[in-house]
Design a binder for this molecule. Sequence first.
Ligand code: T4K
Length: 370
Amino acid sequence: MDKILVTRSSIPPLEEYVEEIKPLWESHWLTNMGEKHKALQAELKKYLEVPEIELFTNGHMALEMALQALELPEGGEVITTPFTFASTTHAIVRNGLEPVFCDIDPETFTMDPGKIEALITPKTCAILPVHVYGNICDVDAIGAIAKRHGLRVVYDAAHAFGETYKGVGVGNFGDISCFSFHATKVFNTIEGGAATYRDPELGKRLYELKNFGIRGPESVVSVGANAKMNEFCAAMGLCNLRHLEVEIKKRQAVVERYREHLEGIPGIQLNAVQAEVQYNYAYFPVLFDEREFGANRDQVMERLAENGIGARKYFYPLTNAFGCFQGKYDMSDTPIAAELADKVLTLPLYADLLLETVDSICDIIMELKR
Ligand code: T4K
């Protein structure tokens, strides 16, 4: 079997991309909100069914600038989850804000809303939950808490592109939702991201922030940075968007095949299926309970690696255990997240993954069952 990695970027036929970028050769307009950028923005607004959208150079900059655009007080506390990619926590810290870690729900891996209010202090200014693996946070409960306490909400929707909850596009929740269009995501623009929002004032700030805070030729109104999506990335997005529905269907088939093999196996816990969510099948996380299964997560990962299969520990370590924070946070404050981070392994998943390969991956895993 060829080496199988945790994912593989979806790409359009080369000719389609070449056709899409031809006008760039004619216009010499390569970046700074050109025609492709505008076209992708319009297409995504429709696809995600959101009132407003701003494109970014990547998902991380969308998050950083979303927090900056909300003009939160310096040193303010942001309640967030440690069960996420580095980006979520770094976006808070790089804004001069203080992350306060909330534990997660053991079924959906998303922030447990029942534990948020105990963490609120006079310094709390926002909540930053993550739709982990495309599982949608309890947006109703989080929205109610935010309203009760006057807090802003930014969703990290990096994993939830195109999903709906109770029929509503996931980018409609909170003040701002941030998506990632990284090469490894269900929808990619090579590198890219977006923030969706309702308030046009926020939109103005997001637009200016991603372009150095420039409002006009002689007017710079905020300390922004450069986070503009270039024309080649936008063109990739326009192409990939045309194939997305087919790609998601193929991903679904892969996920269903995994479930056929692994559902109901003692010691294996699969991602809970949320009835009101239309999924994008972004990730396939599996929890291994050593006592029941007979092998732990690391042993499974090692055995897969020996067979050329690159499963990944998304997300281990927790962000509140990162060395860069030098012991400032304590992961024992989030015991469920700590336990799941020790057990979780995300298995290979991409549109062109052969179902026979899924069979082989599951056979290798099952060989370890006691
Ligand atoms: N919030 C959350 C919750 C996130 O998960 C992320 C990103 C963000 C925010 C920030 O969004 P971005 O700023 O990235 O847009 C990857 C991705 O780089 C990262 O985007 C993603 N989350 C994270 C979960 O995974 P790595 O370090 O695991 O990537 P890497 O290079 O090991 O790639 C994984 C596999 O993907 C490779 O084994 C093969 C495949 N691959 C990779 C690349 C780069 C491809 O097929 N093509 C490629 O071009 O972080």
